[in-house]
Design a protein around this ligand. Structure first.
Ligand code: SF4
Ligand code: SF4
Length: 231
C-alpha cells in the first residue's frame, strides 16, 4: 500500500482528493456503480476528486480549452494524465463525468466534504459551499485510503442563517428547500438569480474562496440552461 501523490492534481486546481476501498463503502453509496460498471474489472478503489475555491477556474482558463464544458474536459484530461503517469501499469476508468449515476453527495458525506446547507448545496468549514465534485475514478490501485475530514456542519451553529432571508424566491421559508420556487424564480425575466445564487453568496462560511464573477456566470448559466432544457 502506498500514499497517493496528488501534487500534480492540486497544482491544477483539483485540490480535493479522497481514496476509498470499494469494499468498504456503504452498499447504497455504490449501488448504482456496481450495477453499471463492468464487474469483470474488479476495481479495488474509488478515487473522488474535487476542487475548492478559484484555482481550478484559473487553470482551466490558462489551458485555453474552449469547449462547451471546459471544466469537465480539463478535469478529465488532467486526471487521465495524472493517472497514466502515476500508475502506468494499472487499470483505471473515469466514470464521472459520464453516464453512470455516481452518488456524489453520498461520497462527499463519507469523505467529510459534504453537509447539507438549507439550499441543498454541500457545505463544509474549510471551503463553505465553494467546492464541487469533478471526477470519480475506479482503479486497481492500492493506495492508503483517506481519513474523512472531521468537521461538523457550519449550519448547525449558524444563528443568523442569512442565506434563508437572502433568497428572493423565499425557497427556504417553509423550513425545507422548495426547488420549484427556486426554479420558477430563476426562469423569470427579471430574476436576480440567472447567473448566481444570492443565498449562496450571502453565506459567510469560506467566503475567501467564493468564485469570481466569471466563474459564477459560467456555472449558473449552465444550470439555467439545463433547467430550461428540461422544463
Ligand atoms: S448562512 Fe448559515 S445556515 Fe446558511 S449556508 Fe451559511 S452557515 Fe449554513
Ligand atoms: S438560486 Fe436564487 S432562488 Fe434559487 S435558492 Fe439561490 S437565491 Fe434562492
Amino acid at each position: 500500500m502506498r500514499l497517493g501523490d496528488f501534487t500534480a492534481l492540486s497544482g491544477a486546481g483539483l485540490n480535493l482528493q479522497a481514496v476509498f476501498d470499494l469494499d468498504q463503502l456503504p452498499a447504497d453509496a455504490v449501488a448504482a456503480l456496481r450495477r453499471c460498471y463492468d464487474p469483470a474489472h474488479r476495481y479495488r478503489q474509488l478515487i473522488l476528486i474535487g476542487h475548492g475555491g478559484r484555482s481550478l477556474w484559473e487553470a482551466v482558463k490558462a489551458s485555453g480549452i474552449g469547449s462547451e464544458n471546459p471544466i469537465d474536459d480539463f478535469s478529465v484530461r488532467t486526471v487521465g494524465q495524472w493517472f497514466a503517469e502515476q500508475f502506468p501499469d494499472t487499470t483505471g476508468e473515469i466514470i464521472y463525468p459520464g453516464d453512470i449515476p455516481a452518488d456524489l453527495q453520498a461520497l462527499g458525506r463519507i469523505a467529510g466534504w459534504h453537509h447539507a446547507s438549507p439550499f441543498m448545496l454541500g457545505i463544509n468549514q474549510d471551503w463553505g459551499t465553494w467546492f464541487a465534485y469533478r471526477v470519480v475514478l475506479l482503479a486497481d490501485t492500492n493506495l492508503e485510503p483517506s481519513r474523512p475530514l472531521q468537521s461538523e456542519s457550519p449550519c448547525d451553529r449558524c444563528a443568523d442563517r442569512i442565506c434563508i432571508a437572502s433568497c428572493p424566491a423565499g425557497a427556504m421559508d417553509g423550513g425545507s428547500f422548495a426547488l420549484d420556487k427556486c426554479i420558477g424564480y430563476r426562469r423569470q425575466a427579471s430574476s436576480l438569480c440567472k447567473a448566481t445564487c444570492l443565498a449562496r453568496v450571502s453565506c459567510p462560511v469560506g467566503s475567501a474562496h467564493r468564485y469570481g464573477d466569471e466563474q459564477m456566470r459560467h456555472a449558473y448559466s449552465i444550470s439555467l440552461r439545463e433547467i430550461e432544457r428540461y422544463s
